[in-house]
Design a protein around this ligand. Structure first.
Ligand SMILES: Cc1ncc(COP(=O)(O)O)c(C=O)c1O
Length: 421
């Protein structure tokens, strides 16, 4: 028998949430930028530094053995978290950005040439655009994009066949859009890409901590995520890569740890995944990431997804009642008398003639932390014809009352700007 989840008790795991900002209770709705950390993660970091801190893979002494066991144990945990076949398919990186740069600079440099195409979507974060532009300039490959249809933020899959041609060598796609909340059909997109012989990369920065992400089920070749968005520390993330591909790829950076043997004039490289992890890694970050994965799975990622989606739908429906507001991403739909939603846990919006920065600066005065800006989606913003949006992004510790506080703050702001709206 499953027990209902005590979300209020879970919220108490996050000491940071229990504070006032500008004299009001903090309402933290900027989770797509970074999530807060539960005390279980903070305790794991403290315990590592208090008891086990040492360098990995080098020492023979007890502390080094413990640090190495913790580091490699986290790799096995990450493989389980993503249902990868083997821990050797997990490369620790600084985050999603570094993971994508790693693929562009190693796989891309070895496999792309003039005439080849790199396929992206129009809703990519800059971290899944700029590394590809840079490698395109070096190799002569060209970029192509799957269009986004309109404000509702779906990919125009009717155009897919036109852009997914045999020249495409890699299709790199975001799983959940950080601006639109769109959930892309990554399993279907990977299958279509493989049918033309392309390799696939999934940017799971916004999905890995919010829903089940199973690399074997999705069928992707690479997947990138950031620890800080899934309750882990900043500065740590990972790249999943299919073993055959990682084995065939040249190394990323040179230095200690990534070598088998070094001579004055030549080096042989370590086996995967160590070949891609030059230098002393972020050991405490990896320990914190392990604790974060344990923490999320102790709640259940399906439960987290249901919670966030429900809260975002509630927020969407309350925002939709505000006059003159423009909302982005998949709308709520009515089916058999029920409201259904195919969106993830965030909502972006704009008010005409009020810059998103002003909206967010003012909500801050009410203790409500939103994000305003281009969200590292400048090409998408241009396509939507807006310089920026305000964004509320939710996590499992947020509540309906917090959504109501945000709506109250927005109503006050609207009153203030009423001549402009
Ligand atoms: C969809 C998406 N991809 C990539 C990134 C980059 O993540 P990081 O800055 O942690 O490398 C983000 C961060 O906001 C994101 O939302």
């Amino acid at each position: 028998m499953t027990h209902p989840i005590d979300w209020a008790a879970i919220r108490r795991d996050f000491p940071i949430l229990n504070q006032q900002v500008h004299g009001r209770p903090l309402v933290y709705l900027d989770n797509a930028a970074t999530s807060q950390k539960p005390r279980q993660v903070l305790d794991a970091l403290m315990s590592y530094y208090n008891s086990d801190n040492s360098n990995v893979h080098r020492g023979i002494h007890e502390l080094s053995n413990r640090a190495t066991a913790a580091y490699e144990g986290a790799r096995k945990r990450a493989a389980k978290f993503l249902n990868a076949k083997s821990a050797k398919e997990i490369v620790f990186t600084r985050g999603t950005t570094e993971a994508i740069n790693l693929v562009a600079n190693t796989w891309g440099a070895a496999n792309l040439k003039a005439g080849d195409k790199i396929l992206l979507t129009e809703m990519e974060h800059h971290s899944n655009i700029v590394p590809w532009q840079m490698i395109a300039q070096r190799t002569g490959a060209q970029l192509a994009y799957v269009p986004v249809k309109n404000d509702e933020g779906e990919l125009d899959l009717e155009q897919l066949d036109k852009v997914l041609t045999p020249e495409v060598k890699i299709f790199s796609m975001v799983h959940i859009s950080n601006t639109l909340g769109t959930i892309n059909p990554v399993k279907e997109l990977c299958a279509k890409a493989h049918a033309v012989g392309a390799v696939t990369l999934v940017d799971a920065a916004q999905s890995a901590g919010h829903c089940m992400v199973d690399v074997q089920d999705i069928g992707c070749d690479f997947l990138a995520l950031s620890g800080h968005k899934i309750c882990g520390p900043t500065g740590i993330g990972l790249l999943y890569g299919r073993a055959e591909l990682l084995e065939a790829m040249p190394p990323y950076q040179g230095g200690g740890e990534m070598i088998a043997s070094v001579g004055f004039f030549e080096t042989t490289y370590n086996v995967i995944p160590h070949k891609f992890e030059a230098g002393t890694p972020d050991i405490s970050g990896v320990v914190g990431l392990h604790a974060a994965m344990d923490y999320l799975d102790s709640i259940g990622r399906e439960e987290i997804f249901r919670h966030d989606q429900e809260l975002a739908s509630y927020a969407y429906s309350r925002l939709a009642d505000i006059p003159h507001i423009r909302l982005f991403g998949p709308p709520l739909e009515k089916k058999d008398g029920k409201t259904i939603s195919n969106r993830a846990g965030l909502v972006s919006f704009v008010f005409p003639e009020v810059h998103a920065h002003d909206v967010v600066t003012m909500t801050d005065q009410y203790g409500v932390a939103l994000r305003g800006g281009h969200h590292c989606n400048q090409p998408l913003m241009r396509k939507l014809g807006v310089p920026s949006t305000a964004r509320a992004s939710f996590y499992f510790y947020n509540t309906h009352e917090e959504v109501d506080l945000m709506i109250d703050a927005l109503a006050e702001i609207q009153k203030f700007f009423s001549r402009g709206i």
